[in-house]
Design a protein around this ligand. Structure first.
Ligand code: ADP
Ligand code: MG
Length: 168
């Protein structure tokens, strides 16, 4: 079972210099229904949102969602958690390089510089970023933030929010 709640509003982003543009909540009862979420993300990618932040506790389902999304993007290579490698690169036949990052083990901005994080963001290629909070202040370009919550019966609630730059 999947249900959707859509809202659109404009307010200030609490985590950076961008404005909150639009939000969608998707309730997913079963892991096999995750394609409803990946399809929503794919639509946003096609609208130019190539930076996707994935938030949620350990075990919330960030890597699992990346796997489903990558399959939808036509990626056939194995997709796994980049917790130790920090960055995995896959190839999508239609979208080109896809970077899958996990900042969990990084604790300093300087580490982000060392892995060339900003270059990945500015490449225009799809960046799927688990544990993105260290890079919060660098999110000055449009992006999507996905917050995953686990309910007591192990269903997942996905809050998908787009952020756009505002003219000041
Ligand atoms: P994370 O990357 O957030 O730490 P994982 O994607 O590794 O989490 O998922 C952890 C576990 O949760 C896996 O065993 C996976 O099967 C399960 N899981 C992930 N997404 C869902 C979902 N939508 N519904 C039910 N179980 C899920
Ligand atoms: Mg993970």
């Amino acid at each position: 079972m999947t249900s959707y709640t859509i809202c659109a509003r404009l307010s200030f982003c609490p985590n950076g210099p961008l404005s909150l543009f639009c939000g969608m909540e998707i309730f997913v009862h079963h892991i096999d229904d995750l394609s409803s979420v990946s399809k929503a993300i794919n639509l946003l990618i096609n609208e130019g949102y190539t930076i996707i932040l994935l938030r949620g506790d350990l075990g919330a389902g960030k890597t699992t969602l990346v796997k489903v999304l990558c399959a939808q993007l036509g990626i056939t290579e194995p997709v796994s958690s980049p917790t130790f490698s920090l960055v995995n690169e896959y190839t999508s036949p239609s979208y080109g390089p896809v970077y899958h990052m996990d900042l969990y083990r990084l604790d300093k901005i300087i580490d982000l510089v060392q892995i060339g994080f900003e270059e990945y963001l500015e490449s225009g290629n799809i960046c799927l970023i688990e544990w993105p909070d260290l890079a919060r202040d660098m999110m000055t370009m449009r992006h999507v933030s996905i917050d995953i919550r686990v309910t007591p019966d192990q269903s997942r609630i996905f809050n998908i929010t787009t952020y756009d730059a505002v003219d000041t």
